[in-house]
Design a protein around this ligand. Structure first.
Ligand code: HEM
Length: 534
């Protein structure tokens, strides 16, 4: 097997650079053929037809024709940078993750920030949630923390994710709008999915209009698990705090910037790093045991809820600094493949039903986006620790492993890879219950945290939020959709409803509150959607 770190076990391909210092390099074909004329295609006579024989034209045009790969189905527009993560506190009391095991230990990282809804060529400043994905190249393999700049999510179950995204993205017949939210399909879906209301509050707040990618927080969203060397586990939530603080634009600034400089965030990140003004974030963990989880008034497996810091304080564990721009946008920012299932010993997943679906989705999409199962060999995706396995062949194979043995156990390759007791092992668990499509009753409260979020805002922030909802609903063409959303606001906060209604010119007293929705009960696994739509 090929060892990427040492190069042992495989052929390495050296690029020969025949230049003397200061000399230009010879232009060649992809096969290395030196090119004497790169300005003219081969033709029969100065004004005659082109010739099929023209190997240079055909090779160049063919490669160009295939330059584009599918963009990410979500988070297509992103900007990224390299950097490092420094452990600020030995965390071996809670996790055996090596990169958190010693104060001062440094781990290389690559971080990509993104909008969610727009395509790769869309603008940087729309009202949208921002992706916040970090790949840690640790000595135990790659650990990806694939988060957002909002601590909760729109839906509780992965099976609703394609519906959410189809409602958010441009409408399929007309191809517009590109914006995240300002249209009937988004608000129609929201009005029928009250579990989304908490996240909608965040998405309508100033958090969804970051001033800079350097000035936003990040969150792992789901509850994960930390596991120590003895196999004891606790729950954990991840928090990135921007050392520059959270800053936002106003709506008018965001709209103006979208026209004046569609690359505003990408340029800002690049230029800041280029001038040595390197952005940094502090990583904190909320760690809590099962008894604390049982005592909270919501389910910690529900990704539409956050765990209040006054109940579980954040423990600062490290700091990330981004200090190097990518060398090549396509090779790195575009081809990087984050995946929530890339984890290291010392962490494990919870049963959050959104997380469980994500564990499948990312590898699956990357198989088609990045052309087959060898995308992990690209430099941006490859682990920086030695890795040895028996996977072989397939599209895009870059390695040249030696030997006849590509299986285990075996007796023919005594020095080949073997299982190790220090390796990753999923936590043992016993789960009981019927096999059915269920949602726990503990996932049913969709309004309390939405209300708490609204009340935590300052008066100007509350005004911005009400203005945003009123603007968005003002774009909605279907009156019944608008009415249903207003009905949900009535269950969140009277003052918010009053302000939105005032801006829309609607009488708040005439808004019929939505019927509070109970989540599907364990006893009744097939609730009618009409119940949700009331
Ligand atoms: C990207 C699926 C929920 C954060 C993606 C991609 C897919 C996907 C298919 C494109 C990946 C690629 O082409 O490389 C899903 C599904 C979800 C879900 C099925 C729910 C069931 C979430 C949540 C978060 C999140 C809850 C935040 C905690 C991200 C980020 C990216 C991304 C940051 C962009 C990564 C990058 O920069 O390359 N998601 N997602 N997603 N997702 Fe999710």
């Amino acid at each position: 097997p090929f060892d990427v770190a040492t190069g042992a076990g495989g052929e390495t391909h050296q690029h020969v650079d025949p230049r003397q210092p200061g000399q230009a390099r010879a232009l060649t074909s992809a096969q290395g053929l030196p090119v004497a004329d790169g300005q003219n295609s081969l033709r029969h006579g100065a004004r005659g037809p082109g010739l099929l024989e023209d190997l240079l034209l055909r090779e160049k045009i063919t490669h160009f024709d295939h330059e584009r790969i599918p963009e990410r189905v979500v988070h297509a527009r992103g900007s990224a940078a390299h950097g490092s993560f420094e452990c600020l506190q030995d965390c071996s009391d809670i996790t055996r993750a090596h990169f958190l095991g010693q104060k001062g230990r440094k781990t290389p990282v690559f971080a990509r920030f993104s909008t969610v809804a727009g395509g790769a060529g869309s603008v940087d400043t729309p009202r949208d949630v921002r992706g916040f994905a970090v790949k840690f190249y640790t000595e135990q393999g790659n650990f990806d923390l694939v988060g957002n700049n909002v601590p909760v999510f729109f839906v509780q179950d992965a099976i609703k994710f394609p519906d959410l995204i189809h409602a958010v993205k441009m409408e399929p017949d007309r191809g517009f709008p590109q914006a995240a939210s300002a249209h009937d399909t988004f608000w129609d879906f929201i009005s029928l999915m009250p579990e989304s209301l908490h996240m909608v509050m965040w998405a309508m707040s100033d958090r969804a209009l970051p001033r800079s990618l350097r000035m936003m927080d990040g969150f792992g969203v789901h509850t994960f698990k930390v596991v120590d060397a003895e196999g004891r586990w606790q729950f954990v939530k991840f928090h990135w705090r921007a050392d520059l603080g959270v800053q936002s634009t106003t709506w008018h600034e965001a709209v103006t910037l979208a026209g004046a400089d569609p690359d505003f965030h990408r340029r800002d990140l690049w230029e800041a790093i280029d001038r040595g003004d390197c952005p940094s974030w502090t990583l904190g963990l909320q760690v809590f045991d099962q008894a604390t989880a049982d005592d909270l008034p919501f389910d910690v497996l529900d990704p539409t809820k956050l765990v209040p810091e006054e109940r579980v304080p954040i423990r600062t564990v490290g700091r990330m600094v981004l200090d190097r721009n990518p060398d090549n946008f396509f090779a790195e920012t575009e081809q990087v493949a984050f995946c929530p299932s890339h984890l290291v010993p010392g962490f494990d997943f919870s049963n959050d039903p959104l997380l469980q679906g994500r564990l499948f989705s990312y590898l699956d999409t990357q198989l088609s986006r990045l052309g087959g199962p060898n995308f992990h060999q690209r430099l941006i995706n490859a682990p920086r620790c030695p890795f040895h396995h028996h996977q072989r062949d397939a599209q895009g194979q870059m390695q040249v492993p030696r030997g006849r043995v590509a299986y285990e156990p075996n007796t023919l390759d005594p020095t080949g890879p073997r299982e190790t007791p220090q390796g990753f092992a999923s936590l043992a668990a016993t789960d009981e219950g019927p096999k059915a499509r269920l949602r726990a009753e503990s996932f049913a409260d969709h309004h309390t945290q939405a209300r708490q979020f609204h009340r935590s805002l300052t008066p100007p922030e509350q005004r911005h939020l009400a203005a945003a909802i009123a603007f968005e609903l003002g774009q909605v063409r279907t009156p019944a959709v608008r009415q249903r959303v207003l009905g949900h606001l009535a269950l969140i906060d009277d003052a918010l409803l009053a302000e939105v209604c005032r801006r829309l010119g609607v009488e708040a007293g005439r808004v019929a509150p939505a019927t509070p929705v109970r989540a599907p009960r364990d006893a009744d696994p097939s609730p009618a959607l009409s119940q949700l739509a009331s």
